[in-house]
Structures are given as structure tokens and as C-alpha cells.
Design a binder for this molecule. Structure first.
Ligand SMILES: Cc1cc2nc3c(=O)[nH]c(=O)nc-3n(C[C@H](O)[C@H](O)[C@H](O)COP(=O)(O)OP(=O)(O)OC[C@H]3O[C@@H](n4cnc5c(N)ncnc54)[C@H](O)[C@@H]3O)c2cc1C
Length: 325
């Protein structure tokens, strides 16, 4: 079974992995010249199904709870299973109660317990929620790592092609082109982020800072880097980050820890999340074409489940036709 996948974001790469693992002959074509710059590249890499349930429907939890296991099996050593800490400034303490009412899978921490988990946050917050079952990874290591693994498994990559090039004849084609897919129901949700560098703060896990208007998170990465994200703006413009968003994200990082005020601002980035009306992802099949899209805020969290579903449909279809698995 020859499968041609369009798009080397997290949807395309996870599908390639599921298919290659099950013996399919896979080629991935990617419009860009490298695995960088797409929505997946800008992501925080949080695998946070319990926290996301605060604003998402139930399938985000049921489809996402095994994501950390999937990534650990695919890329040993990339997943950090340190949980998520959720805090709020004293004036927004009600936000913490609201967040707790809408979620599960956490325990409440007092100041001492917060300091035991994150010594650099000692005395900064009176209460927190700790979601011990959550995890995170660094997309900028995981995506190239997955590509390298796929090449070792025999998957071919062609960079710099658009769909129009169609250089291969395949038994099945998969559209994983994110916001570029020609789907009338798709909308873009712009997400802006910053990367800061400082050796003055150390965090072991993503920390979410609640705020009624702009909840943000800080995700620690190696090399004293911190990803600060992310705005949620209903538009598909991918132009440069706005001054307002830089100010809001920096303010939030500073509220989490004043040492971020002295950090180097090493990068700003913008990604457009592909979403449909209910903000849940879809695997849709039309004959020998399949499409994975609508991953919205949950690309790393839900792509493994979507890739499994799509691989079942592709390879199950092959069985229906009596072809070689
Ligand atoms: C700031 C930000 C933070 C986020 N944080 C998280 C997080 O912490 N956890 C999480 O799970 N999710 C997170 N997300 C969401 C996640 O990034 C997206 O859901 C996910 O990246 C969507 O993946 P995708 O593969 O569908 O799209 P993309 O990553 O955009 O990939 C689509 C690819 O298709 C290529 N392409 C387009 N047209 C063609 C064509 N004609 N031919 C070939 N290739 C084509 C594009 O160049 C691109 O590489 C975040 C998103 C943003 C923006």
C-alpha cells in the first residue's frame, strides 16, 4: 500500500509513523523547504488533556489521555512527565476555583507544596492546582526527531513541493496541510508566542497563569529557554506578532516571576491553528483520499489518536479491497 501524505506538520508526521509502523510504503511531501515555521513548530508542546478540558469538549480528554504514552513510545526520552502547575495572582484567585470546577485530575497545593515542586516560585502564590498526569515535549526536538526516525523506517520526504506537483502515484492520499487545506468549514485561530532565555529562573514543568482576559503559560525548555504562549485570535493572518501581544505575554511572564523581566527575548512567533466549529479534530475520508484536520489547540495532544484512526481507515480499506496489508 503506497500512501502519499501532504504536509509535514504534527498531523502528517504522526500519520506517517502510524502507517510506516504497520508496513505501509509512505512518502511525505511538504511545501516548505524544512520542518520549521508551521503551526506545529510554534506550539508549546503541552500534553495537557485535563487542563484543556477547562475550555474543551470531553473528547479532548478521552482522545488525549494516551498521547504522552504514544510520544514516549515513538520518541523515547522526549516526553517530560512532570505534570502541569496552574496558578493565579492573588487578585484573580477566583479564577483558580473556576478552573478547578471545570476540570479533574488535579490536587490543590498550598504555598509550601508549590515551593516543594517549583522552588523558584516559593512564596509567589498562595494556592495552585497540580495536574500530575500531564506531560510536555519540545516540538522543535520532537518534530525533527520523528522525521529522522521515519527516514530510518524507510519513509521518503520531499520538501519544497505544493500539492499541484503530485510527483507520485499512490494508492491513498492524505491531506495534512493544516490551515492551507481547501476546506470551507476550516477557520484559523492565530496564536502568538515568545521565547525567552534566562538562567535566573528554573521550572520543571509548564506553569499556567490564570487571568480573566489573557490566561498564559510558560513552558520550560533546555538551554534556559522558556516558551511563553499564547494568544487566541480568531483570524488566519500569519503576519508578525503585534506590540500588544508582546506586552501581554511579557507582562504575564513577569507576573509569574520578576526575573523574566531581565530575560533575553530571543524569538517571537506566530502560528495559525486550524479549527472547525466545535474545535474538535476530524478524520474524513472520500474514496482514496483522507484528511486529518481541525487540531486547533491540540495538535500534539490529539494527532496520535487521529493518526491511529486514519491509519485504521486507510489500511482497513485495503483489507476491504483484498489487497496486501
Ligand atoms: C502558539 C501555539 C501554541 C500551541 N501549543 C500547543 C500545545 O502546547 N499542545 C498542543 O497539543 N497543541 C498546541 N498548539 C496547536 C498545534 O500547534 C496545532 O494544532 C498543530 O500544529 C496543527 O498541526 P497540523 O499538522 O494540522 O498543521 P501544521 O503544523 O500547520 O502543518 C501543516 C503543514 O502542511 C504544509 N502544507 C501546506 N500546504 C501544503 C501543500 N499544498 N503541499 C504540501 N504541504 C503543504 C505546511 O507547510 C505545514 O508544514 C499550539 C499552536 C500554536 C499556534
Amino acid at each position: 500500500m503506497k500512501v502519499l501524505i501532504h504536509g509535514a506538520g504534527v498531523a502528517g508526521l504522526t500519520l506517517a509513523f502510524e502507517l510506516a509502523t504497520r508496513g505501509a510504503d509512505v512518502t511525505v511531501i511538504e511545501k516548505r523547504r524544512q520542518i520549521a515555521g508551521n503551526a506545529s513548530w510554534q506550539a508549546g508542546g503541552m500534553l495537557a488533556p485535563w487542563c484543556e478540558r477547562e475550555s474543551a469538549e470531553e473528547p479532548v480528554l478521552s482522545l488525549g489521555r494516551d498521547a504522552a504514552d504514544w510520544w514516549s513510545a515513538a520518541l523515547p526520552g522526549h516526553v517530560m512527565r512532570n505534570g502541569t502547575l496552574v496558578v493565579a495572582p492573588a487578585r484573580d484567585a477566583a479564577e483558580l476555583d473556576r478552573f478547578g470546577r471545570r476540570t479533574s485530575g488535579f490536587r490543590s497545593l498550598d504555598t509550601e507544596a508549590i515551593a516543594a515542586l517549583e522552588p523558584d516560585l516559593e512564596s509567589r502564590f498562595g494556592r495552585a492546582l497540580f495536574f500530575a498526569g500531564e506531560a510536555h515535549l519540545d516540538p522543535r526536538k520532537a518534530l525533527p526527531g520523528l522525521q529522522e526516525k521515519l527516514v530510518q523506517m524507510g519513509v521518503r520526504f520531499e520538501f519544497g513541493y505544493g500539492t499541484a506537483s503530485k510527483p507520485y502515484v499512490a494508492d491513498f492520499e492524505a491531506d495534512c496541510t493544516g490551515i492551507a487545506a481547501a476546506q470551507p468549514t476550516l477557520r484559523g485561530v492565530r496564536g502568538e508566542m515568545l521565547i525567552l532565555r534566562t538562567s535566573e529562573v528554573s521550572l520543571a514543568r509548564p506553569v499556567r497563569l490564570l487571568h480573566p482576559r489573557i490566561p498564559v503559560y510558560v513552558v520550560p525548555r533546555s538551554g534556559n529557554l522558556f516558551m511563553v504562549g499564547a494568544t487566541m485570535i480568531e483570524c488566519d493572518a500569519a503576519g508578525p506578532i503585534t506590540a500588544r501581544s508582546v506586552m501581554e505575554l511579557l507582562n504575564a511572564a513577569y507576573a509569574l516571576h520578576p526575573a523574566f523581566g531581565e530575560a533575553e527575548l530571543v524569538e517571537t512567533g506566530v502560528g495559525v491553528r486550524p479549527a472547525v466549529a466545535d474545535n474538535l479534530p476530524r478524520v474524513e475520508r472520500d474514496g482514496k483520499n483522507i484528511c486529518i484536520n481541525g487540531l486547533y489547540r491540540h495538535g500534539f495532544l490529539l494527532a496520535p489518536a487521529m493518526a491511529r484512526q486514519a491509519a485504521d481507515m486507510i489500511l482497513g480499506h485495503e483489507d476491504e479491497e483484498g489487497a496486501r496489508p
